[in-house]
Design a protein around this ligand. Structure first.
Ligand code: BTN
Length: 259
């Protein structure tokens, strides 16, 4: 990871903090944002001791195997308008993975990246609002990618659902190169958002692995069976529940049923 500087240049590196270890890059960047860190500030760690996932889950973050990266945005929009950033990030990270390793991953709504039916990347977007009257203070986008893990690296409880780029492509990937591609794509996304939606939506629809699938919509601890009809223009998901009701999901969680 120490080579990132050579790949993205000295000037960009001024806003990139590379650490051997931290509890969670999202936690650290949140503190840095409160102390005035600038737009585009990045924190990358070689290992997280308390990596966090969505819905209060842990994110497995072993040393030297993956990329654990957080990125700071400060969009001047209403919180409801920032929701789509999560899906935009999935498109941007899919492009970064393809650029660095030559294989495009699939996107599972709303923002997980998959290869061959297994999860290789998760994204946790956190919005900081100190005073609702002032709108959003900052958005921390946290991305965890399993890069060079071997099958035996994964604990038993996730070994059936998680994998790494190396396992699925059969090739080791330079983590510095992938991290550099991620930073480039996140910088580009920050410039493109929200005007250049068509490109991100098109990538999202092309790479999605969710449409046409039978899923469970997870809400309030309950799972409701549905089939996925389409990705709407605002990145929400149109589903048809098993009782015939049609719904649009703009956030939340679905689980894919095995085929
Ligand atoms: C998920 O799959 O539920 C989201 C996982 C997000 C993990 C990343 S790793 C970098 C950043 N720091 C964290 O603690 N979490 C995110």
């Amino acid at each position: 990871m120490k080579d990132i500087g050579k790949l993205i240049g000295k000037v960009r590196m001024e806003k990139v903090l590379v650490l051997d270890q931290t509890d969670s890059t999202n936690n650290l960047l949140k503190k840095m944002a409160a102390e005035g860190a600038p737009l585009g500030q990045v924190v990358i760690a070689d290992e997280q001791t308390g990596g966090r996932g969505r819905l209060g889950r842990n994110f497995f973050s072993p040393k030297g195997k993956g990329i654990y990266l957080s990125y700071l945005m400060k969009p001047e929009v209403a919180p409801s308008d920032a929701v789509s950033l999560t899906a935009w990030t999935a498109s941007a990270m899919a492009k970064a993975v393809e650029a660095a390793c030559g294989t495009a991953p699939g996107i599972k709504w709303v923002n997980d990246l998959y290869m061959n039916g297994k999860k290789i990347c998760g994204i946790l977007t956190e919005m900081i609002i100190n005073d609702p009257a002032d709108g959003i203070d900052s958005i921390i986008i946290g991305i965890g990618i399993n890069v060079n893990n071997e099958p035996s690296d994964f604990p038993e409880d996730i070994s059936g659902i998680a994998s790494s780029i190396a396992i699925e492509t059969g090739r080791q990937v330079s983590r510095s190169e992938l991290a550099a591609c991620m930073i480039r794509e996140l910088d580009r996304m920050t410039e493109d958002w929200p005007g250049n939606k068509a490109e991100y939506l098109s990538t999202y629809r092309t790479l999605n692995i969710t449409c046409g699938r039978e899923v469970n919509v997870i809400s309030g601890g309950k799972a409701r069976p549905a089939s996925v009809l389409q990705i709407n223009d605002d990145f929400s998901l149109k589903v048809k529940y098993s009782d015939g009701e049609i719904g649009d999901l703009s956030s939340g969680e679905i689980s894919l049923k095995l085929i």
